[in-house]
Design a protein around this ligand. Structure first.
Ligand SMILES: [Mg+2]
Length: 230
């Protein structure tokens, strides 16, 4: 019998670079809705959930944390994101599309998303770069501000879909930041770190991922890891 294996992907810095579309959309939203000039240096957004980024902005500018304000910010951000991404110089990262295809072809392997992006934002980015077709499920930043919490909710979703006996050791997370590695560790899953985002190899090595790669151009070790475990 084929053992089920689940590969969960981060988006920004792992599957693709949005060419700054996400950050620009946030800056435009803060300016338009709240008259605030946001500097991205003020925000630590790498590996953070969209919900947490919005929380940081609201806190910084003392905007009342009402659901109505949050929803308004999110909706406007998504409109700006759609607009920005259409003129973005972004790209799919090396090897990604071939690895997505290779995973898709394996019997018993499933791939989904574990991303801090709002679900709608994730779809905008993936569809723009032609990657949406690879993903039918995922855990998104709407669910929680905390990435470890997001990983736990991903496990709950996976077990609802594939049964309570699904072990964390059947799950493999691919991401570009220490937050991705730490949230994999938080649920007992394997972590594959790639230095294609905002962190270099030595910074990622410090959080001891299961596997560390400069990029996904040579992805055979990833397939070997997933095949050899669980
Ligand atoms: Mg990322």
């Amino acid at each position: 019998m084929t053992t089920l294996r689940i590969i969960l992907w981060d988006i920004d810095g792992t599957l693709l670079h949005s060419g700054g579309a996400g950050q620009t959309a946030i800056v435009r939203t803060a300016r338009e809705l709240h008259g605030q000039e946001l500097s991205l240096q003020d925000l630590d957004y790498r590996g953070r959930t969209d919900s947490l980024i919005v929380r940081q902005i609201f806190s910084r500018f003392q905007i009342p944390w009402f659901e109505e304000n949050v929803a308004r910010f999110r909706n406007r951000y998504l409109q700006h994101l759609r607009d920005e991404i259409s003129r973005s110089p972004g790209r799919v990262l090396p090897g990604v599309e071939r690895l997505l295809c290779a995973i898709q072809e394996r019997a018993g392997w499933r791939q989904g998303l574990l991303t801090g992006n709002f679900e709608h934002g994730a779809r905008i980015k993936l569809d723009h770069f032609g990657l949406g077709r690879f993903f039918s499920f995922g855990a998104f930043g709407d669910r929680s501000e905390c990435r470890n919490e997001l990983a736990r909710s991903a496990m709950t979703l996976l077990r609802q879909q594939w049964g309570e006996s699904l072990a964390a050791t059947q799950v493999f997370l691919i991401g570009d930041t220490p937050h991705d590695v730490l949230c994999a560790q938080a649920i007992g899953a394997y972590s594959i770190a790639v230095a294609t985002g905002g962190y270099c190899l030595s910074e990622l090595a410090a959080c001891r991922p299961t596997m560390l790669l400069p990029d996904l151009e040579q992805f055979e070790p990833v397939l070997a890891l997933v095949k050899g475990h669980s």
